[in-house]
Design a protein around this ligand. Structure first.
Ligand code: HT7
Ligand code: ZN
Length: 886
């Protein structure tokens, strides 16, 4: 397969002004009539018309009503001779029921759905399937009325009625031009929760959430999230809903989380359906973010879209930033906002930092790809969002809002680039540091890798000054050996040894005196900042709020970290101090004598007790502080990783914390019981999170001590729980401590929820992710795949077993006998012809193989090579494994 390169971008040779689609929907053979008005792009040299296609049967090609001569070049339909303006009529058929790739038109539970981003539309009809070709669409859907009573597409319903032979039709017109990747249709037996809302200007809109009949009682939260999203975008950025009708439809077969098709968002059921009996607090929170995310795309993605797929972060990074801000703004207080920020940073550091250091590392605006689906990554999304966040930091919140307004004024209706976005934010803020540093700032788009910022402090008692010396560097990444310095906003403050925050008197900038937090903007490889009037050695709080996506290296003493943990007014750095203390201990234990795995000392345990018992801290924050860094994150700090050693140390530290704080966990559990009605708000969900962590620790401690009281109480809790969060936390505690009662609880859980697919996913996932006791998880996972409820074709189900084992259970997956890797390679090979996108995602489970110690390293490489050697591998999977081996 050939790589597509960003520098080869050329404007299309032809434009499509209008598209008139007629579908005769049939699972085995859907007929698609596509009539397009096309015109030559006079700005580029004349070229033949090359239309993209994929797995289509072509029956007819007419140019201005006449049979036209054409040829096929691979999947492309090529017409050499054409007038400058013409109508092209194409008649094709496709087979939705056999579409297991879930790209293009497919059937899920007897309902038709589409997924066109990034390149799925070409599997529906031949087309210029690229985002800079924007057209006006009208769509007529025809189908059997009793089997497919609901017929939906983008925009407004302009006509509908009955047809002979029990069929009916619906005609939809989208008032906005759009690229093909935003096209959607849905047809099936669905019901909708509806809500009419009034915008600020008094205009009415109809919001609808479509699901299968039995799921209507699980749509209230999604609808509320949508209502909040509409209001938020208008209030924060002045961006109104531009459609009379906005629809969300849920499907249980979906490769991703959701899709922002104009006016007709299609969602994975996982991000729509929730009631207190079936969904956890985390599910509720994810639904709110994803509903927000897709809705916010209506402007950042749909009204202004990407010129080409290299600009993917233009819409994804910006929209993740917007959904993160939305979720933070919904929080009632600063503590809940900080919790959300910590959760977002945790995702970045445990998923994006490894990606940025591995074989799939790429800039936020990549330079090339073989399969664009492989680039829907945490780098494009989460690091892209951090880049937008840094822009906001550099221009201020109000300045950023001005920048967004200018961006949409300038580019509404266009397909544009990341450069256009950054330029608009800078132009709206001509006096800002962003405007002054724009070309250098844009290195965040072009250079891959996580920058490392090293800071060292110098206290001069005689001069009463404190200087911080910073240096920055960035490791090489594939294709980029040398990096230029980044623009890095570092938010910082100083604490006295007694924990007081010190006023900052910046040397050389007396105007900025007395502030307690300062944002220094690094631009050089080495630079320093000095503070005056400092009476004694302070403790610096650096990178507050995680003001840039970098690794910060500062040689804190334990004592200094304890001061920050107890006193930092910046909650992010308070949490970070706890993580640093734990990480230091984990690394010492991992690299220390093999017999000694337990790494926690009295000082650390006392500090954790202090946090747990602190009456001024919220439960959600305590839960984050008392959760140890993950095995994945710990492994990232090591040059050579022995995953079994990391796992053993992590388990030992967990057990130690559980035992040492036993009575504190008992206290925390009792303190965090909710008696009122269930609500997923941050305060109540934080209390449930902490009581869940307490239960987990109590069962873990019981495992060591032989105590039977807490496992028994946990089983009772599991049985009596009034909501899924408490029930699942109890089940998790029994499973993760491998208590014999877990089996009973698992069986009961399955029986209770056998008809709830999303809950059964949790059941599978919990078992595949369970701690390994003597190599028992792989045989269990093999058994689970034979379970009657298992299906490889359903992505959620496949992920619940295979990904939970390969990507989220390092202690069980990295086996010295290589059986985990062999099993992984079999699953990638098995999934690839069914669903290449899901297979390629699974293929990434061994991204970090080259860091592994022997014998894991050689065995992992062999397993990857085994996959790479397969003939007929999809280009999705091939790109991943060949980059891994490069
Ligand atoms: N923009 C959407 C991306 C997406 C997608 C990409 C590849 C294959 C399937 C997909 N489904 C949705 C999702 C989003 O970021 O909002
Ligand atoms: Zn998105």
């Amino acid at each position: 397969p050939v790589a597509v390169r960003r520098e080869d971008y050329a404007a299309p040779a032809w434009w499509i002004d209008t598209v008139d689609l007629t579908f005769d929907l049939d699972p085995a053979k859907t007929r698609v009539l596509n009539r397009m008005r096309m015109r030559r792009n006079m700005d580029v040299p004349a070229q033949p018309l090359r239309l993209d296609g994929g797995e289509l049967n072509l029956a007819r090609v007419l140019v201005d009503g006449q049979g036209a001569s054409f040829r096929m070049e691979g999947d492309q339909l090529v017409i050499d001779t054409l007038p400058d303006n013409f109508e092209l009529e194409l008649f094709t058929t496709c087979c939705p029921s056999k579409n297991t790739k879930l790209m293009g038109l497919f059937v899920s539970e007897d309902t038709f759905f589409t997924q066109c981003e990034a390149e799925g539309f070409r599997r529906i009809t031949y087309f210029l399937d690229r985002p800079d070709v924007m057209a006006s669409y009208q769509v007529t859907l025809r189908a059997n009325k009793s089997l497919y009573p609901v017929l939906l597409s983008n925009g407004n319903l302009v006509d509908h009625g009955d047809l002979p032979e029990g069929r009916h039709f619906a005609k939809w017109v989208d008032p906005f031009k759009k690229p093909s990747y935003l096209f959607a249709l849905v047809a099936g037996k669905l019901v909708a929760r509806e809500q009419r809302i009034k915008a600020r200007n008094g205009k009415e809109h109809l919001l609808q959430v479509y699901v299968r009949a039995g799921d209507l009682d699980k749509t209230e939260h999604a609808m509320n999230s949508l209502i909040h999203s509409v209001a938020w975008d208008e209030a924060r950025f002045g961006l109104p809903l531009d459609l009379d009708r906005f629809m969300i439809v849920a499907t249980s077969d979906f490769n991703a989380g959701a899709m922002e098709n104009k006016g007709l968002n299609i969602f994975n059921t996982k991000y729509v359906l929730a009631n207190q009996a079936t969904a956890t607090d985390a599910d509720y929170s994810n639904i709110e973010s994803v509903v927000g995310h897709e809705y916010f795309h209506n402007w950042s993605g749909d009204r202004v879209t990407c010129r080409d797929w290299f600009q993917l972060s233009l819409k994804e990074g910006l929209t993740v930033f917007r959904d993160q801000e939305f979720s933070q703004d919904l929080c009632a207080d600063a503590s809940a906002r900080a919790v959300k920020r910590i959760e977002d940073v945790r995702v970045l550091r445990t998923a994006q930092f490894p990606e940025d250091a591995g074989p799939m590392a790429h800039p936020v605006r990549p330079d090339s790809y073989i399969e664009i689906s492989n680039f829907y990554t945490v780098t494009i999304y989460e690091k892209g969002a951090e880049v937008v966040r840094m822009m906001q930091t550099l221009v201020g919140r109000k300045g950023f809002e001005k920048g967004i307004t200018l961006y949409f004024e300038r580019h509404d209706g266009d397909a544009v680039t990341c450069d256009d976005f950054a330029q608009a934010i800078a132009d709206a803020n001509p006096e800002s540091e962003l405007a002054a540093l724009l070309p250098q700032f844009k290195r965040w788009y072009s250079q891959a890798g996580t920058p490392r910022v090293t800071a060292r402090g110098r206290y001069d008692a005689a001069a009463r000054t404190y200087t911080l010396d910073f240096s920055q560097s960035c490791p090489p990444t594939p294709g980029q050996a040398v990096k230029e310095p980044f623009v890095i906003p570092i938010s910082l403050g100083l604490l006295a040894q007694d924990g007081r925050e010190l006023p900052l008197h910046l040397q050389g900038d007396e105007d900025a005196s007395t502030a307690q937090s300062h944002t220094m903007v690094l631009t050089q490889a080495h630079e320093s900042i000095t503070f005056n009037n400092i009476d004694s050695q302070p403790v610096p709080s650096i990178l507050r709020g995680f003001s840039a996506p970098v690794v910060l290296d500062f040689d804190y003493t334990d004592g200094e970290l304890l001061i920050l943990l107890a006193n930092d007014p910046d909650p992010f750095n308070r949490w970070e101090a706890g993580q640093r203390l734990a990480m230091r201990r984990a690394l010492a234990a991992i690299t220390g004598p093999a017999a000694d795995a337990a790494g926690l000392d009295e000082a650390y345990i006392n500090a954790m007790r202090g946090v747990l018992r602190d009456p001024k801290l919220d439960s959600a924050f305590k839960e984050l502080v008392l959760t140890l860094p993950s095995e994945t994150y710990i492994s990232e700090q090591l040059d050579v990783v022995d995953p079994q050693r990391v796992h053993a140390v992590h388990e030992a530290m967990r057990a130690q914390l559980a035992t040492a704080l036993f009575s504190d966990w008992e206290w925390a559990y009792e303190q965090n019981q909710d008696t009122g009605a269930y609500s997923p708000d941050p305060l109540s969900s934080g209390r449930r999170a902490l009581s869940g962590l307490a239960l987990d620790n109590l069962c873990l401690a019981a495992r060591a001590s032989g105590d039977t009281v807490w496992p028994g109480k946990t089983l009772q809790r599991f049985k009596d729980a009034g909501n899924m969060t408490d029930r699942f936390n109890a089940l998790y505690a029994l499973v993760s401590s491998s208590h014999p009662l877990a089996q009973q609880a698992l069986a009961r859980f399955h029986a209770l929820f056998k008809d709830e697919a999303l809950v059964i996913d949790k059941w599978f996932s919990l078992q595949a992710g369970a701690p390994d006791r003597g190599g028992d998880v792989l045989p269990l996972v093999k058994q689970l795949m034979k379970h009657p409820d298992f299906s490889l074709k359903n992505p959620n189900r496949a992920r619940s077993v295979i990904f939970s084992y390969c990507s989220a259970n390092p202690g069980a997956f990295h086996r010295a006998d290589a059986a985990g890797y062999v099993w992984w390679s079999d699953r990638v090979i098995e999934l690839d012809p069914i669903n290449p996108q899901v297979a390629a995602r699974l293929a990434r489970a061994l991204d970090r193989w080259s860091k592994l110690a022997e014998p894991y390293r050689s065995a992992a490489r062999e397993a990857i090579a085994r996959v790479a050697a397969r003939p007929d591998l999809s280009k999705d999977t091939q790109e991943v494994v060949s980059r891994a081996l490069a």
